[in-house]
Design a protein around this ligand. Structure first.
Ligand code: NAD
Ligand code: DAU
Length: 331
């Protein structure tokens, strides 16, 4: 299979490319990535000889049309992905997440190429902390931030292109990922690298907000499962029953890194901060037989901490600028 992977130099995309090269050596991978602040060629160094990397923008319709025309399938990871940044400047989110998806959809329509769209559980808004409900494929869209609104818009474009033009697409909406190669702006890597630097972790608000954590390898296994066996036009939710409050996650990181359980600082909250996400992945489990491999969050976190300790050369160049951006936001 000739596979076009957008955003393959980012966190989830680079893990997907590594996994594909390792487990599916017959797949010819082309990565299209704009190498924004969030993308890094170095994340693809371990597989550089086995893939083609094209430095370009998913919203560049001519470039995208040419690359899609050479592919059998597209997996679209490329996005502006960080909520805090979207609150500061939404414009790149609209361009990349909405216009970029539009440009891919037009190309897959023209060339009749199979398309898988990577999305997020944040399109559903949030749940109350004490509500036993989880997100299902029937939950109405209700995004809170500019980031999640642009992801919701891109999902709706995909649904319309399936229905109106017969595009062969599937969509997945996944919960919070963790693992190697995640940018230090995100919650878990930020706290791990802060502790390595002798700085206390930073918890927004009271730390009561809940996220549903999944290891990035489990997310990417699910993406391959949907690409190969998912029903065209369907939406699959991906999650591994990993609900944890932010406070509990920080306490566990502190414990695993030899700090006291409350050796963190409470900082000002994110505006519009979603309270809780929780995924019901029964459709993916029951229809397609997918199961997560990293069954305990603790084991996955131990591996992740170890990875950041061993790969300081990868994250160090971005740490100071990231913390300077947070300092401007008072977080
Ligand atoms: P990331 O920010 O780490 O990586 C995004 C990648 O896209 C980077 O390599 C960046 O250079 C590239 N990119 C950005 N704009 C581009 C453009 N205009 N053209 C081409 N490439 C561009 O993001 P991530 O965390 O790996 O997320 C990947 C996808 O998964 C996104 O679509 C995100 O919405 C979705 N998602 C993420 C999570 C999570 O927990 N991180 C959970 C569910 C869904
Ligand atoms: O749910 C899927 C989404 O998960 C993806 O669509 C997004 O791309 C991804 O960034 C992530 O969004 P979140 O906003 O949940 O992730 P973030 O890592 O920014 O924050 C996780 C939680 O931790 C959130 O409740 C905010 C909080 N937080 C974050 C940072 C950076 C802190 O308490 N302290 C911090 O320093």
């Amino acid at each position: 299979m000739r596979l076009l992977v957008t955003g393959g130099a980012g966190f989830i995309g680079s893990n997907f490319v590594h996994q594909t090269v390792r487990e599916r050596p017959d797949t010819q991978v082309t990565v299209l990535d704009a190498l924004t602040y969030a993308g890094d060629r170095a994340s693809l160094d371990p597989v550089a000889e086995a893939i083609r990397l094209v430095h370009g923008d998913v919203a560049d319709r001519e470039l995208v049309d040419g690359l899609v025309g050479e592919a059998d399938a597209v997996v679209h990871f490329a996005a502006e992905s960080h909520n805090d940044n979207s609150l500061n400047d939404p414009s790149p989110f609209v361009r990349t997440n909405v216009e970029g998806t539009f440009s891919l959809l037009e190309a897959v329509r023209r060339h009749d190429v199979r398309y898988h769209h990577i999305s997020t559980d944040e399109v559903y808004g949030d749940l109350e902390l004490d509500d036993p409900a989880k997100f299902t494929p029937q939950t109405p869209y209700n995004p809170s931030s500019p980031y999640s609104a642009t992801k919701a818009a891109s999902d709706l474009l995909v649904r319309a292109w399936v229905r109106s033009f017969g595009v062969r697409a599937t969509i997945s909406n996944c919960s919070n990922n963790y693992g190697p190669f995640q940018h230090v702006e995100k919650f878990i890597p930020r706290q791990i690298t802060n502790i390595i630097d002798g700085v206390r972790p930073k918890l927004y608000g009271t730390g009561a907000n809940v996220r549903d954590w999944i290891h990035v390898s489990d997310h990417n296994d699910a993406v391959w499962t949907i690409l190969e066996r998912g029903r065209i036009g369907e939406t699959y939710l991906i999650g591994a029953d990993g609900e944890q409050s932010n406070k509990d996650v920080v306490a566990l990181i502190c414990e695993l890194m030899g700090q006291g359980p409350d050796a963190y600082d409470l900082v000002s909250d994110r505006p519009g901060h979603d309270l809780r996400y929780a995924i019901d992945a029964s459709k993916l489990r029951d229809e397609l037989g997918w199961r997560p491999r990293f069954t305990t969050f603790r084991d996955g976190l131990v591996d992740t901490i170890e990875w950041y300790r061993a790969n300081e050369a990868w994250w160090r160049p971005r740490k100071a600028a990231t913390e300077a951006r947070y300092a401007q936001l008072g977080r």
